[in-house]
Design a protein around this ligand. Structure first.
Ligand code: ZN
Length: 118
């Protein structure tokens, strides 16, 4: 790996940089956290989108939540290649779910309004 302080190449297992003495532990832990969070967003986005696709009548808002989570996962996917597929799948499912149920709600709402007017 490369030292984030001075940019020189150091041993992957080194606890401190031999050139500038900076501790490597803090940025190694941060990198691990980012991957975990990104994975979480990808999985959450996929699951929420999937659920909203089946239960969209009651959980129309879940489509939006799934879509947002998937977008977050997509934005952060640079640090996590393994969850890229999940983020894309969640995004696609979220869009499909939102299109189907959003349209259903609009039609239902439109029918109710036109009934009320006439
Ligand atoms: Zn250094």
């Amino acid at each position: 790996m490369f030292c984030k302080n001075c940019g020189k190449e150091i041993d992957d297992k080194a606890d401190i940089c031999i050139y500038c003495g900076v501790s490597t532990k803090s940025w190694q832990e941060k990198a691990g956290e980012t991957v975990k969070k990104t994975n979480g967003f990808g999985i959450a986005g996929f699951v929420v989108s999937l659920v909203s696709l089946w239960l969209g009548v009651y959980f129309c808002i879940a489509s939006v939540v799934g879509l947002v989570l998937s977008i977050v996962a997509m934005v952060k996917r640079k640090s996590c290649t393994s969850c890229n597929g999940l983020a894309v799948a969640g995004l696609v499912l979220g869009i499909i779910s939102l299109a189907i149920w959003g349209l259903s709600w609009m039609i239902a709402g439109g029918a109710m309004i036109s009934n009320f007017i006439s």
